[in-house]
Ligand binder design. Structure first.
Ligand SMILES: Cc1ncc(COP(=O)(O)O)c(C=O)c1O
Length: 348
């Protein structure tokens, strides 16, 4: 790997107390090109703008996938990743579905470790602070031919972040008209277009005062599936319920970690389809105790109300299980507790 360091860090110009999510980037970036049928020598260089031909395939056909992961710093200034192998597997799963060549494991981890070592000062210790790591691949061949590109660019960029939401109530709208993903589609992949397709319905929901949409199955709009960038859990009568993953739902790493921790804590967990009618019924008979989303950016996010067919349903203010599971998970991520599942990986 070729490494070119910055001459001078820009870290001193960053206000770490007032970071806007995903707007500030570290000093370096990782880059690797796919050409002539193979991935070329990867490089790390100062973070900078790219030059792309206007005909680059990604601009026209959206052939692009990405990942989202975080690096955490413990009280001894040691940097940790959380289940990075899962992100590596998932980006290649996404790539396969989008006809993008799979990326090499050794390049991925060498790139990740090197950039995190170079930019380790950007990982701030302390609760809520982390470095959001964004690996992504896009079709960079200069051609408007509507077929899979022959050239790709794989990159990793990193952004220091604080907690995703500043606090306050999270009210969600259950989707009745629009769909995020369909059977046989790309919903399970972190394909760029999945997110672009959500922006319009989500902005309409924001105008009505909701922070997120809960997506339902595209065929009937009867089953609760996932939120914008979160999987979703319901605690009904002491049992935690979440939809099973399928080809419409992203197999969230936080989701599977929360399921494991909950089971380890003796909490019954059911991965099964859950209908909106069941949720409303549980709300009516007061057995609906908590609703929360899970994802790398938010970790665990309690939801305060949901709305469906113009009716709003308020949830209990207290969400002890969400908070307990979040604390357990965060303590593992920040090396503040034992890691009984072997999820932490030191950056070395
Ligand atoms: C659509 C979608 N669902 C769920 C998640 C949560 O996945 P993870 O826990 O791996 O971040 C994300 C975020 O990555 C997402 O984009």
């Amino acid at each position: 790997m070729k490494v070119k360091r910055v001459q001078e860090t820009k870290i001193n110009s960053v206000d770490f107390e007032n970071l806007v999510f995903g707007k500030t980037f570290t000093d370096h970036m990782f880059l690797c090109h796919f050409r002539d049928g193979k991935w070329q020598t990867p490089e790390i260089k100062p973070y900078q703008a790219l030059t792309l031909d206007p005909s680059a395939s990604v601009f026209h056909y959206g052939q692009a996938v990405f990942e989202g992961m975080k690096a955490y710093k413990d009280d001894n200034e040691k940097v940790w990743l959380f289940r990075p192998q899962e992100n590596f597997k998932r980006i290649n799963l996404s790539a396969k579905r989008l006809q993008i060549p799979e990326f090499s494991e050794s390049y991925f981890f060498e790139g990740l470790n090197t950039i995190l070592q170079l930019d380790q000062e950007w990982v701030r210790p302390g609760s809520g602070n982390s470095l959001y790591v964004r690996p992504f691949v896009f079709a960079s061949q200069p051609s408007v031919q509507a077929s899979a590109s022959m050239e790709y660019t794989f990159m990793i960029i990193c952004a220091p972040v604080k907690s995703y939401y500043s606090g306050g109530e999270i009210n969600v709208l259950i989707a009745e008209e629009y769909s995020r993903a369909a059977n046989g589609g790309v919903g399970y992949a972190k394909a760029a277009g999945n997110y672009a397709a959500q922006f319009y319905p989500t902005s309409e929901a924001l105008k009505k005062g909701f922070q997120q949409i809960i997506w339902t199955d595209a065929s009937t709009h009867e089953y609760l599936e996932e939120a914008g960038t979160m999987n979703i859990f319901f605690k009904i009568d002491g049992t935690l319920i979440t939809s099973p993953t399928n080809d419409r739902i992203l197999d969230g790493i936080t989701r599977k970690s929360i399921i494991t921790i909950a089971k380890h804590e003796g909490i019954p967990v059911e991965e099964r389809p859950i209908k909106i009618s069941e949720l409303k019924e549980a709300h009516k008979n007061e057995s609906l105790e908590e609703v929360f989303g899970t994802g790398t950016a938010v970790v665990v996010l309690p939801i305060h109300s949901f709305s469906h067919q113009e009716t709003s349903y308020t949830l209990p203010k207290q969400t002890p299980l969400a908070l307990k599971l979040k604390e357990k998970l965060v303590n593992i991520q920040y090396n503040a507790s034992e890691d009984p599942f072997g999820w932490r990986q030191a950056v070395n």
